[in-house]
Design a protein around this ligand. Structure first.
Ligand code: DX5
Ligand code: ZN
Length: 219
């Protein structure tokens, strides 16, 4: 697993006035997927964009759209995000009154299912649903803003889930999101994450976008 690390740059830190070009640059620079942060100003304090923007940027790349929905209530909007071009649809358990049903809605749209755990959300919320989930997104900051500090305490959850997934031979990706930089990426990989989300470091970190992606992937 360790030698197959995928990088999912968050376009939250891109220049929104030229989002299409920024996405093409990510593709050219070796990104494996595009992390699309949807915020509603209600479940999280910040507000970003919705299906019409996603539909437009969908035309700029063939990369997987990894859509992180931070909206509540989420279920009634899933079809709109599926139709706009999401490939993976990730929801937070707190944004639905029935996570199992919400997962079924995502599946009925033929999309991959992601479930995201906030730093304070325990893993037992998803433990009986693991056979229905394709991706677990571990938040390593409280969702809402780019550029926050990594919370190392979430690595325990990554380690626990990695051993459960490996022992039970489950086909689930572990993605980590928030404060991933050149120091924290190796810690997340070591704990068992195989997809790294990063916004600030990729767009504003040390070098150019391509070097930043390459350096995050290093273990
Ligand atoms: C936070 C978002 C993240 C964020 C990552 O709520 O889900 O995807 O944009 O940004 P950095 O890499 O700056 O922490
Ligand atoms: Zn995110």
């Amino acid at each position: 697993m360790k030698n197959d690390i995928k990088i999912s740059p968050s376009i939250l830190s891109a220049d929104f006035s030229k989002l299409g070009e920024e996405i093409k640059l990510l593709e050219k620079s070796g990104a494996d997927m595009i992390h699309v942060d949807v915020m509603d100003g209600h479940f999280v304090p910040n507000l970003t964009f919705g299906p019409p923007v996603i539909k437009k940027i969908r035309k700029c790349t063939n990369l997987i759209f990894d859509v992180h929905l931070m909206i509540s209530p989420v279920e009634k909007y899933i079809k709109d995000y599926a139709e706009a071009g999401a490939d993976i649809i990730t929801v937070h358990p707190e944004t639905t009154d029935n996570l199992a049903r919400t997962i079924e809605v995502i599946k009925s749209c033929s999309k991959k299912v992601g479930v995201s755990l906030n730093p304070k959300t325990p893993t037992n919320v998803i433990e009986n649903l693991m056979d229905k989930i394709d991706l677990i997104l571990i938040m390593s900051v409280n969702p809402g803003f780019a550029g926050q500090k990594f919370m190392p305490e979430v690595l325990e959850k990554v380690k626990f889930l990695r051993s459960k997934i490996d022992n039970e031979k489950l086909n689930i990706d572990i993605e980590i999101d928030g404060g991933i930089d050149f120091e924290t990426a190796p810690l997340a990989i070591e704990a068992g994450a195989n997809i790294l989300v990063s916004g600030t470091t990729i767009f504003k970190g040390g070098n150019n976008v391509s070097e930043n992606i390459k350096n995050l992937r290093k273990q």
